[in-house]
Design a protein around this ligand. Structure first.
Ligand SMILES: [Fe+2]
Length: 387
């Protein structure tokens, strides 16, 4: 069984709100996401969760049976998205150490670049920490050129040029011909959000603009995302064509502990807070996930009844009652609108979670929803006794 996971460019443009960009003058051209690499406490079962619940396909594997006694690594695809779920097998595996510190989470946001050496030369000159120097890895399927730089916390960005490689993922991985176990509920990765410490957000915004040539897309400060008790600051940096978008959050002073503080405490420092997965039918996505037992942050009924909000929502593709029945949020700006919903944390620690997003022209991130959303998050935080 071979599935073509690639989407056509028009479909991607619509799903992700891409813009035109000339990579010629770009000092650090990024052509897309390569993979999101997770470290979890039980990769075998987490991979099964991704197949059963998120409808991802298992396409490649590395582990003791393939000559890797240290850990399991399951490569999963849905549409344009590639997740690699890893977990220690050998008691001495360094993955156990990472998991002890951070719990289940994202270790590596790997990016697809056409020229690894040029990116690393620019990154080094701009002050980035190079964790892995550019080098080739090869097998019978060809050669991959790769390197890695450090990002916030223990997160890294591996840079990958797989233009000369035809294998299922990377050398050392064996293709899997596994049956589909669920229905796909997303087609692309829209953005990956990082939580950083108080006072460090601007530093990381500067890192992405200086090192990767990303541009500042949007800015939320103070009252934009403040509730009565808790607040955060958020800025968004994006690659030239906006294929890769990184919102960065830091806690702001509130009367109570903010959700970003809770994340930093339980994750043990900065890291990936949420991944936004793009879907072209968020109603079907939410119905499918709810049927699988996934919990979403509840949206207060008042959200849909408030006349000012109702007026701001305007015309969307489905009746507002359909959105209200599922707790789907709506936001609108001068370019169009978006529909979005957030899951509860997906692991044991109150850290990483998913967002599902259906864009209709809007290039935003749901600024108008932040207050309603955070009030819902705070109710959950209070139930855990951390508010
Ligand atoms: Fe988001």
């Amino acid at each position: 069984m071979s599935i073509d996971h690639d989407l056509d460019p028009a479909q991607l443009r619509r799903l992700l709100g891409l813009v035109e960009h000339d990579t010629g003058a770009d000092p650090f051209p990024v052509t897309g996401w390569d993979a999101v690499v997770w470290v979890v406490g039980n990769a075998a079962q987490t991979a099964l969760f991704h197949r059963l619940v998120l409808g991802m396909d298992l396409v490649a594997y590395s582990g003791p049976e393939t000559g890797n006694p240290d850990h399991h690594a399951y490569v999963l695809r849905a549409g344009e998205v590639r997740f690699v779920v890893t977990g220690g097998v050998a008691p001495t595996s360094p993955l156990h150490d990472r998991h002890r510190r951070h719990g289940d989470g994202v270790a590596d946001i790997a990016l697809e670049v056409p020229d690894v050496d040029r990116c690393i030369a620019h990154a080094r000159a701009a002050g980035a920490t190079v964790l892995v120097e550019p080098h080739d890895v090869a097998d019978a399927h060809g050669t991959v050129r790769t390197a890695a730089i450090a990002a916030y916390g223990d997160t890294r960005h591996t840079l990958v040029d797989r233009s000369r490689y035809a294998g299922p993922y990377l050398p050392g991985y064996v293709a899997q011909d596994a049956p589909a176990l669920g229905r796909p509920v997303f087609q692309a990765l829209d953005h990956v959000v990082g939580n950083v410490e108080l006072g460090r957000m601007d530093e990381w915004v500067a890192f992405y603009t200086r090192v990767m040539g990303f541009t500042n897309m949007a800015e939320f400060v103070g009252a934009d995302i403040a509730t009565e008790y808790s607040a955060l600051m958020s800025k968004v940096v994006a690659s030239g064509d906006r294929r890769v978008k990184f919102p960065l959050n830091e806690p702001a002073q509130g009367r109570r502990r903010s959700q970003i503080d809770e994340y930093l405490d339980f994750h043990g420092g900065p890291g990936v807070q949420h991944l936004a997965l793009a879907t072209d039918d968020i109603l079907a996505t939410v119905d499918g996930l709810r049927a699988s037992g996934i919990e979403f942050l509840p949206t207060p009924a008042s959200y849909y009844e408030d006349p000012a909000l109702r007026a701001r929502i305007g015309e969307v593709r489905v009746p507002v009652d359909e959105l209200a029945a599922r707790g789907i949020l709506v936001d609108r700006d001068e370019d169009g609108y978006l529909l979005q919903i957030f899951t509860a944390p997906i692991g044991d620690r109150p850290t990483v979670f998913f967002e599902f997003i259906e864009r209709h022209g809007s290039l935003g991130f749901g600024k108008g929803n932040f207050k309603a959303l955070f009030e819902a998050i705070e109710r959950e935080q209070a139930r855990r006794g951390n508010f």
